[in-house]
Design a binder for this molecule. Sequence first.
Ligand code: ZN
Length: 136
Amino acid sequence: MIEGVDHIGIAVRSIEESKALYERLGLEVTHIEEVPQELVRVAMIPCGETRIELLEPMSEASPVQKFLDKRGPGIHHICMRTDDIGAEDHRLRVSGFQLLREQPSLGAEGALVQFLHPKTAGGVLLELSEPQEHSE
Ligand code: ZN
């Protein structure tokens, strides 16, 4: 089941430079992480019940670099949180969405993620994420 918007991904050239804008809004970066398998560095900024995710390319080969070259900084994707990404992967595939990966894979914060191609999702890159279980 899709439970809500986990975060909104925004492509930036530099987290260091871009985070100042969010700090001026009164928000704050709580977590910065490199996701080498996706060639991005991400910064998480909590905002009410959702979060802003700043995405900075780690190399020229990063898909986020290609996005920046083509469109400049801006909204890159919207991520919806699910409690069962395996079931969603199957359900959406069967209902005709084009998924970008063979199967859900590890993303930032150890979450399992999958992406829906914008072509079959109304022009929006949609990410699905099942957060890692926290044993607290
Ligand atoms: Zn994301």
